[in-house]
Design a protein around this ligand. Structure first.
Ligand code: NAP
Length: 291
């Protein structure tokens, strides 16, 4: 089986490396060409354009930043659509809008090319250790063909529905996180303002109904007012934008997600876009006058 992988960023590079490690024949392409070097040194071939990478591939992976980037790499002048053969599969691992996903799938279908949308969660650690959760939209028989490949990159692979459903699921994930991060930050700042032993307090509540992954894994950042990655604020702002755009299209009001997206916008504008998203506590602290 011949594979192509386009987009060797924080997520793409280690995920492509896992495919190579599993013995697959892999061609890579990255816009900034020197990011291909470490994979070529591990045995990958490299191509001069997305189209060239896709020629003769059975499966093409894209792992890019945002909706417009995936549209350009798939449908643009040197896009993979001009290299892919009928019957091959595009698997988009990026987090992008469900609307763009469906448009790309429709264009690919005109050439008998299949598509799965397969956004991931689990961060760069998950990409390196192949422990990602992958939320898949598309046809069951296409996923069945692609499953061994996804299992090389992730631990939990779930088909949630037709094309676009993976991206909707990722939007649900990011929406739930908005309220959780904000509420954990507010709770911690309440405790700091009261001057009680915040670690003892969190220990007391973390076994009860207020338990959460955010509380267990990101409270320390918020207490220390220090926000190492984690998950980048600039990417999260993008993801909440996708969730809110989708909500608007569907007529769903999401005031908490909208509020948190505004906070993320302010954090990015102030130069905190590369910090972990637990930095929402910066704003809650500032509002409470706690430095
Ligand atoms: P990243 O490190 O910024 O990498 C982005 C990749 O996309 C780079 O290879 C970049 O090429 C390429 N790219 C962007 N726009 C392009 C364009 N118009 N044409 C060609 N190539 C383009 O991002 P990442 O962290 O790997 O994230 C990739 C996707 O996974 C995003 O959708 C993100 O939301 C999602 N995700 C990320 C995480 C995480 O923890 N980082 C977790 C889950 C999901 P250059 O090298 O030339 O810039």
């Amino acid at each position: 089986m011949k594979l192509a992988y386009i987009g060797l960023g924080t997520m793409g590079a280690p995920m492509a490396a896992n495919l190579l490690k599993a013995g697959y024949n892999l061609t890579v392409y990255n816009r900034t060409r020197n990011k291909e070097i470490s994979l070529v040194n591990k045995g990958a071939k490299h191509a001069n354009s997305p189209k060239e990478a896709a020629i003769a591939a059975d499966v093409v992976f894209t792992n890019l930043s945002d909706s417009a980037d995936v549209a350009e790499v798939v449908l643009g002048n040197t896009g993979v659509i001009y290299g892919m053969k009928a019957g091959s599969i595009l698997i988009d691992l990026s987090t992008i809008s469900p609307k763009t996903t469906k448009h790309i799938a429709q264009e690919l279908a005109k050439k008998d090319i299949e598509m799965l949308d397969a956004p991931v969660s689990g961060g760069s650690e998950g990409a390196i250790n192949a422990t990602l959760s992958i939320m898949v939209g598309g046809k069951a028989d296409i996923l069945e063909k692609a499953l061994p490949l996804l299992q090389v990159m992730g631990k939990s692979i779930t088909l949630v529905g037709p094309i676009g459903s993976g991206q909707i699921t990722k939007a649900i994930n990011q929406t739930i996180l908005a309220g959780t991060y904000n509420s954990v930050a507010e709770g911690i700042v309440l405790g700091l303002a009261a001057g009680i032993d915040i670690k003892a307090a969190l220990n007391a509540v973390s076994g009860g109904a207020a338990a959460s992954w955010v509380l267990d894994n990101r409270a320390e950042n918020m207490i220390n007012d220090n926000y190492p990655l984690g998950f980048k604020t600039s990417l999260y702002k993008k993801d909440l934008g996708i969730a809110l755009e989708t909500a608007k299209e569907l007529g769903v009001a999401m005031p908490v997600a909208a509020y948190v997206e505004q906070l993320e916008t302010s954090l990015v504008k102030r130069g905190y876009g590369d910090e972990d998203i637990s930095n929402i506590a910066r704003i809650v602290r500032e509002q409470a006058g706690i430095e």
